[in-house]
Design a protein around this ligand. Structure first.
Ligand SMILES: *[C@@H]1O[C@H](CO)[C@@H](O)[C@H](O)[C@H]1NC(C)=O
Ligand SMILES: *[C@@H]1O[C@H](CO)[C@@H](O)[C@H](O)[C@H]1NC(C)=O
Ligand SMILES: *[C@@H]1O[C@H](CO)[C@@H](O)[C@H](O)[C@H]1NC(C)=O
Ligand SMILES: *[C@@H]1O[C@H](CO)[C@@H](O)[C@H](O)[C@H]1NC(C)=O
Ligand SMILES: *[C@@H]1O[C@H](CO)[C@@H](O)[C@H](O)[C@H]1NC(C)=O
Ligand SMILES: *[C@@H]1O[C@H](CO)[C@@H](O)[C@H](O)[C@H]1NC(C)=O
Ligand SMILES: *[C@@H]1O[C@H](CO)[C@@H](O)[C@H](O)[C@H]1NC(C)=O
Ligand SMILES: *[C@@H]1O[C@H](CO)[C@@H](O)[C@H](O)[C@H]1NC(C)=O
Ligand SMILES: *[C@@H]1O[C@H](CO)[C@@H](O)[C@H](O)[C@H]1NC(C)=O
Length: 477
């Protein structure tokens, strides 16, 4: 039996054998050719430690990772042993969570004859490397531009005014000021057919090191909806009618995607509109002539025709005036909804009908790539988007829009936008939506989100306004 002090000394010596210390909440980047000898790392002590490994290279001989939290194992390896675990790596990412009360050792088993870059991180606060559950969001595209968003962060606090000073905001003329700090997002785009990003390790270091198509014409923070702030990118220089794959990298370790989108055909003539503070969800192509004198070929609050913005502002103001003839905040017309909710959903609906959205049918994709979201409802046919052709003689739904002298197709607003306003507003306003069994489908996209009949709520095909495969079924601002 050895004296206790000697055991402690021996343990210390064993932990010393691990040549490099992993520090808590930092990532180290390593190359298989230049690993320390022995290729072991001491793991910091933590009750709930997450160790992640991420491949930043591709190759045939992939490194393996073994970890132990036992102080009696100094070189964990494939032979196993008590409290020896292998970190299994899937699509380039490995995550291991365990109790490391006294720290531990991580060993890398790699082929040192070729270069292979990877990262290791240890954290007591969730994984440092991960594939995020939220996807980037597709705004819209033209033949050579795309408007894309990062996943959201910092959702806004909705203001609920109170009686007797029940003040509702007017139409916003300037956007709210962005949060002080924001995640560092970068975007990577590549044509889906020629540069297969999905076959690479699905890690931030791998994807962010790939060349990206197009060029970023504008990058800014935008509060598009209640989900929160997003980084908004306007990308230029893309090719027409091309399916692109997009990823967003957050920081240097977190990956969001893949998301797909397709650019429009070369004849598509509607320009993009965005940066409209009173309609923050209008981030799509609108039926207006090509804008003059703008750096980026698009409409924003500086060049949108004032006939459109002034009419909208007048509707906003008049609606708010009528709504507040109700004793908002004192007399409740609903146990669930308030005047502020009504105003928000009405504004949203008004934006969706005031800014028609141009669309185009996708080039029919080779059948087998039917979006998986659709095949889950096997008895329903694949939906087609709510597109409505407009000839040069059709009068635009919003009279403030000029008649375009080329035919185009409008992607109708999702009827749920109308129903939300109908539900949120007091009856005396007389707000009503057309019924699916009559002619609702002439002015709205019906049945995509909630199902076409009232008792079929939640049974819509495909269940959303758009999906991450690049399909957009109806317009949701
Ligand atoms: C090592 O991990 C095992 C399994 O998670 C756990 O039961 C054990 O308590 C850990 N030992 C130490 C010293 O943290
Ligand atoms: C009523 O509320 C608004 C907005 O919150 C505020 O600007 C205004 O000063 C308040 N007026 C009174 C009389 O409290
Ligand atoms: C954001 O990431 C880019 C690219 O990785 C880097 O150059 C830049 O310094 C980062 N900015 C901040 C504020 O971390
Ligand atoms: C890309 O690679 C993945 C995995 O190797 C494969 O499943 C997929 O079919 C490929 N896609 C294309 C468009 O080549
Ligand atoms: C990124 O790519 C460049 C060349 O394309 C390469 O030299 C570098 O090692 C790569 N970095 C990583 C982390 O793979
Ligand atoms: C992006 O466009 C908006 C609106 O036109 C403008 O306010 C902002 O300064 C632009 N940002 C950059 C980085 O060009
Ligand atoms: C708003 O109300 C004013 C005054 O009643 C009226 O002149 C104007 O036409 C209304 N605006 C709209 C868009 O109906
Ligand atoms: C609307 O739906 C009816 C059947 O419910 C169908 O006959 C009609 O063609 C549809 N109209 C449009 C514009 O899609
Ligand atoms: C784009 O390509 C992906 C991958 O092949 C496919 O799943 C998706 O359906 C395509 N998108 C469209 C709109 O065709």
């Amino acid at each position: 039996m050895l004296p206790e002090t000697l055991i402690c000394l021996l343990n210390a010596a064993l932990i010393q054998a691990a040549s490099v210390q992993l520090s808590l909440n930092t990532v180290i980047s390593l190359n298989a050719q230049t690993l320390p000898s022995p290729p072991t790392f001491s793991v910091p002590a933590a009750q709930d430690l997450t160790i992640t490994v991420a491949f930043c290279s591709t190759g045939t001989s992939l490194p393996r990772f073994f970890v132990t939290n036992s102080s009696s194992v100094d070189d964990p390896g494939p032979d196993g042993g008590q409290d020896v675990f292998e970190i299994s790596v899937d699509e380039g990412l490995g995550t291991f969570t365990g109790i490391f009360s006294d720290g531990g050792v991580l060993a890398v088993d790699a082929d040192s004859s070729t270069s292979f870059i990877f990262e290791i991180g240890a954290s007591d606060n969730g994984p440092l490397h991960e594939v995020l559950a939220t996807f980037p969001l597709f705004g819209d595209s033209t033949s050579n531009q795309a408007l894309l968003f990062s996943p959201p962060f910092d959702p806004p606090e909705l203001v609920q005014p109170s009686y007797p000073n029940y003040t509702l905001p007017g139409p916003s003329l300037s956007p709210p000021s962005p949060p002080q700090s924001s995640p560092n997002f970068t975007i990577v785009i590549a044509p889906t057919s020629s540069q297969n990003l999905t076959s690479l390790p699905q890690t931030a270091c791998m994807i962010s090191n790939q060349s990206s198509s197009g060029n970023i014409a504008n990058e800014s923070l935008w509060l598009r909806d209640e989900e929160g702030w997003r980084t908004q990118w306007i990308i230029e220089g893309l090719s027409p009618q091309t399916n692109y794959t997009a990823y967003v990298v957050e920081g240097n370790q977190k990956l969001s995607g893949p998301m797909y989108f397709i650019t429009k055909s070369a004849v598509f003539s509607c320009p993009l509109a965005a940066f409209l503070p009173y309609c923050p969800g209008v981030t799509y192509a609108v039926p207006l002539p090509s804008p003059q004198n703008s750096d980026i070929l698009m409409y924003d609050s500086t060049n949108i025709p004032s006939s459109i913005s002034d009419t909208l502002a007048s509707y906003f103001t008049n609606f708010t005036t009528t709504l507040t003839t109700q004793a908002c905040g004192r007399d409740y017309y609903s146990p669930l909804q308030t005047c502020a909710d009504c105003q928000r959903s009405y504004f949203r609906w008004l934006c969706s009908v005031s800014f028609p959205r141009c669309g185009e049918a996708s080039p029919s994709s080779s059948s087998s790539t039917t979006p998986s979201i659709v095949s889950s409802t096997s008895d329903s046919p694949t939906p087609t988007s709510a597109l409505q052709p407009q000839s040069t003689s059709s009068s635009p739904r919003n009279a403030a829009f000029p008649t375009l002298n080329t035919p185009y197709e409008v992607l109708l607003p999702c009827i749920e936008t109308c129903q939300a306003a109908d539900r949120a507003c007091p009856n005396f306003l007389g707000f009503a939506c057309p019924l699916a069994r009559f002619n609702a489908n002439e002015s709205y996209g019906v049945g995509y989100i909630d199902g076409a009949e009232p008792d079929k709520e939640g049974l819509g095909v495909p269940g959303s306004a758009q999906d991450r495969w690049g399909n957009v079924w109806c317009n949701l601002v």
